[in-house]
Design a binder for this molecule. Structure first.
Ligand SMILES: [Fe+2]
Ligand SMILES: [Fe+2]
Length: 272
């Protein structure tokens, strides 16, 4: 039987990981099921009864392209989170990632159902594929956690809020609200784990993270401003507001990097 001292020492040895474990508990508590969404009670996506049939069809295409982009993002998140589960050496992090893999595949399931209810998918966002490849092909765990959880999953929350606000009373709104919470947990867990990983990190490792951020951010901007054929007509009117919002999001990401001890002076803001 372990003496109290030994138990205490063992516990102290893993003390750094209590933050990550806390997110594991939180993820378990917040778990939901795709059947919990209000299927059949409210419309899947906003309905338009006004305007000509062409106008209505165009509106529908816009929503289908929004759903497609998020479906694609969550399919890629399945790949990225399972890579993290497989390469993370720490048992606490592995335990946490086992819940994140479940979250991302549940998100994918919900988007697949929503896409079929909305009449199918549309064009793929090429920038999202690039983003995912950057994360999947990064050399170190520190870079992957930094790009996916510290930046991407935090920056995407603003997009979910935006979609929810313009799709009141639909399954889409409900789903976006759930994803805001889930990605908040994914981001928080990534911050907690990255903090542990960077505790004894060299300046060189931190420089590599700055380079990773500088590779990722321009692609994130291109992704956020990407207009598929279905949304091209929305035009440039919204672009100034989009840019402003994007700049705020990215500045937040950069501040978070700073709180992890990464020299943010070298991170180039792709939006002025
Ligand atoms: Fe997700
Ligand atoms: Fe996520």
């Amino acid at each position: 039987m372990a003496t109290p001292e030994v138990t205490e020492a063992a516990a102290t040895g893993r003390e750094a990981y209590t933050g990550v474990l806390r997110y594991y508990e939180l993820a378990k508590k917040q778990e939901w099921q795709v059947r919990d969404l209000p299927w059949g009670e409210v419309p899947p996506i906003p309905e338009t009864t006004k305007g000509t049939p062409q106008k209505r069809a165009r509106r529908l295409d816009v929503w289908r392209s929004v759903v497609t982009q998020q479906l694609q993002a969550d399919e890629l998140a399945c790949e990225m989170s399972s890579q993290l589960l497989n390469i993370a050496p720490d048992p606490e992090a592995k335990l946490y990632y086992s819940t994140m893999v479940q979250d991302e595949s549940r998100h994918t399931e919900a988007w697949l159902k929503l896409a079929s209810e909305a009449g199918g998918t549309t064009e793929r966002d090429p920038h999202l594929d690039t983003l995912a490849h950057q994360v999947l092909e990064a050399d170190t765990l520190e870079e992957k956690v930094f790009m996916m959880q510290v930046f991407y999953e935090r920056l995407i929350i603003g997009r979910f809020r935006l979609i929810a606000r313009s799709s009141r009373g639909t399954v889409l709104e409900d789903l976006c609200n759930r994803l805001t919470v889930d990605d908040g947990i994914h981001h928080g867990a990534g911050m907690a784990y990255e903090r542990v990983l960077l505790e004894a990190a060299s300046e060189k490792t931190k420089r590599v993270l700055v380079e990773a951020a500088n590779r990722l951010l321009p692609v994130f901007v291109a992704h956020a401003l990407w207009r598929p054929r279905e949304r091209a007509w929305i035009g440039r009117a919204m672009e100034a507001r989009d840019m402003e919002r994007l700049r705020e999001d990215i500045e937040l990401g950069v501040r978070l990097a700073g709180s992890l001890g990464v020299d943010v002076g070298q991170i180039e803001l792709p939006v002025r």
